[in-house]
Design a protein around this ligand. Structure first.
Ligand SMILES: Cc1ncc(COP(=O)(O)O)c(C=O)c1O
Length: 284
């Protein structure tokens, strides 16, 4: 399926109960179980289905599937904000005493998360001297739990060599986490270049929500398999940053318009210095 089609229809065919073609907004916090055994299987993660909306919600699931399909990931998790997605992506892999090796050119609040918030929880950030793969490699030690970069840095506009960073990370047995907010999967699909986890703030080109609904900052993390969606759900279900279903629907809809924004971005990126990471010139 072309990415333009996925952006409109991904993750949803029609509602099996009502045959509605628009994505229903499920404003429920709880779900019925067929039996006690069914409930047990759901809570033991042995059966697919819904338990509480703080863990998963059918409306959010459409957004999650759509973003996962656009990125070529095995699944995704939507949470309330881009910062929440980054926090969970990093906290999910890093334990007390571990560290994250990060590119030095990052969105300001992400820098703050790494430099000030995670260290208070026992997770150190080690900022590489530059985004050059050799500098990133040099910052890794035995306690490094992940490499992290923005595919296109905000606001620096630098382009990271995702393939080279993935190779370095995998040689050390750690995942590469990429914030793909600025590029969007219309221009770059980091998983195709070896990234393990992709994170988005959907308030930018992907969701265009800032212009539509100021409060609906919304984000999805995409797992390529190193961390399963269930593992994500286990940690989030304890801390409840889940997006409301109304926000989810607002976020999923404008994915339709990201092609236009991205082709404008692609013209800018075409003029950027070379990188072995492929930036597609046009969406599709
Ligand atoms: C690259 C990048 N990552 C993460 C974020 C944080 O996203 P949110 O504002 O949805 O929390 C932003 C927000 O501007 C961003 O530009």
């Amino acid at each position: 399926m072309r990415s333009e089609t996925i952006a409109v229809h991904g993750g949803f065919d029609h509602d099996p109960t009502t045959k509605a073609v628009a994505v229903p907004i499920y404003q429920t916090v709880a779900y019925e179980f067929d039996s006690a055994d069914h409930a047990a299987a759901l809570f033991d993660l042995e059966a697919e289905g819904y338990r509480y909306s703080r863990i998963a919600n059918p409306t959010n699931a459409v957004l999650e599937k759509r973003v996962a399909e656009l990125e070529g990931g095995v699944g995704a998790l939507s949470v309330a904000t881009g910062q929440a997605a980054l926090y969970y992506a990093l906290a999910n892999v890093a334990d007390h005493g571990g560290n994250i090796v990060a590119a030095p050119t990052l969105y300001g609040t992400t820098h703050t998360l790494l430099q000030h918030v995670l260290p208070r929880q026992g997770v150190d950030a080690r900022f590489a001297r530059s985004t050059a793969p050799e500098d990133m490699a040099r910052a890794i030690d035995v306690n490094t739990r992940a490499l992290f970069c923005e595919s296109v840095g905000n606001p620096a506009g630098n382009i990271c060599d995702v393939a080279a960073l993935a190779e370095i990370a995998h040689a050390r047995g750690i995942p590469l986490i990429v914030d793909n907010t600025v590029a969007t999967p219309a221009l770059l699909r980091p998983i195709e270049h070896g990234a393990d986890i992709v994170v988005h703030s959907l308030i930018k080109f992907m969701g265009d929500t800032a212009r539509r609904l100021v409060e609906s900052s919304s984000t999805a993390g995409v797992s390529a398999g190193a961390i399963t969606p269930n593992a994500f759900r286990c940690s989030t279900s304890r801390t409840t940053p889940t997006m409301g279903s109304f926000t989810s629907i607002i976020s999923a809809k404008p994915l339709i318009s990201r092609g236009r924004a991205s082709s404008a971005m692609s013209k800018t990126l075409e003029r950027s210095p070379n990188s072995s990471t492929t930036i597609r010139a046009s969406p599709g």
